[in-house]
Every structure is written in C-alpha cells, then in structure tokens.
Ligand binder design. Sequence first.
Ligand SMILES: O=C([O-])CC(=O)C(=O)O
Ligand SMILES: [Mg+2]
Length: 198
Amino acid sequence: MSEQDRHIRDLAGTLPVANIGDAMERLNVVDSGIRPMWPGARLVGRAFTVMTAGGDNKAIHEALDHAGPGDVLVINGQGATHRALIGELIAGRAAAQGVVGFVIDGAIRDVRDLEEMRFPVFARAVTPAGPYRNGPGYHQKPVALGGVVVNPGDLVVADDDGVAVVPRDAEADVLARAVAKHEQELAQRDGVPAPSGI
Ligand SMILES: O=C([O-])CC(=O)C(=O)O
Ligand SMILES: [Mg+2]
C-alpha cells in the first residue's frame, strides 16, 4: 500500500459516510436496504468486486483465492435474501487474509459471531438458510451494488448510516470536499444553542 493510498484510507476513516455522500452531490450512496449487520460496524477499503447468482457463494470462494489486505468484498448477490452468502467461517478466512469487510446485496448468517469477531459486514438480510455452491459468478469486473456502479479498486466507506462508493479517479477531490463539509457541520453544531428545557 502506497503512502498516498494509506493517507486516503486514513482520511476516509475519520469522516461520516453522510458527508462523503454529500461531497458526491449526494450520489453514489448505496440503497438503504443494505445495512450494518452489527451496531458500530464501519469499514474503509478498496472494492474487490464479485458477481454471484442469488443464494450461491461459489464466486465468493473463488474471489477469496485472490483478495488481499485492505480489500472489501463488494458482492452483487442479486438482492436475494432467501439464502445466506457468507457467515463466520468465510469471514474468518477473509479476515486472516487482511480483507477488511464485506458489502453484500444479499443475505448473511452467523451475525452474533461476526459481531464478536468485530468483522464489519453490510448486507440486506439475515437468514439461517445456507448457500449453494454451484455458480455462476465472476470477480473483478464492474458490478451493481444497491443502485451504484462499483469498479474494482473504488474506495468503499461504510458506517452506521450505510455505504458510499467513491470512484477512484475522484477520491482526492471528494474527500477534500467531505472534510470541508464535516468541518462546516461541526462548527454549525457548536454554534447552535441547546434547545430550551435541557
Ligand atoms: O456455510 C457457508 O458457506 C456460510 C457460512 O455459514 C459460513 O461461512 O460460516
Ligand atoms: Mg457459518
């Protein structure tokens, strides 16, 4: 990881995702149905994209043969919520490789374990029903994620509010604008008198 890349990730990690969205004209924010799977989950990383058939995780196993430190698996699971695409075992394998989290348009399971592991996962649903492993699928091509196009290497930032995707070629400008917005909001908050009666 280059010095510049480290700086970008560290900076993104200090900013509310809401302000990062604001800095992209409030676009590139992922559908609100994709939620943190435990309170306080947050992540910053580079998209390692996966497309997989609904309820089937073969492509995720294949992607994990290649994903590495600092990557976020961004998985288009066709929005299917009838089968969990990952759980604590796949998350453990990913974490051991340095993968920083998953963002999934689909369902997951083993949420209690994921919280105990402090492994951030953002997904559409939880179900105990396990996945099949037949394919089809692929990785590291552009994918759709909750209405947003994600290219491999894009910056993915997620917190309690949800997920934003920053196109790689725009990230320095977007983060600079997000810093300005955040500072302006903090100043505004400080300047606002407390509501009466408190
Ligand atoms: O069985 C699976 O493929 C999903 C799962 O629960 C795990 O990764 O722990
Ligand atoms: Mg499991």
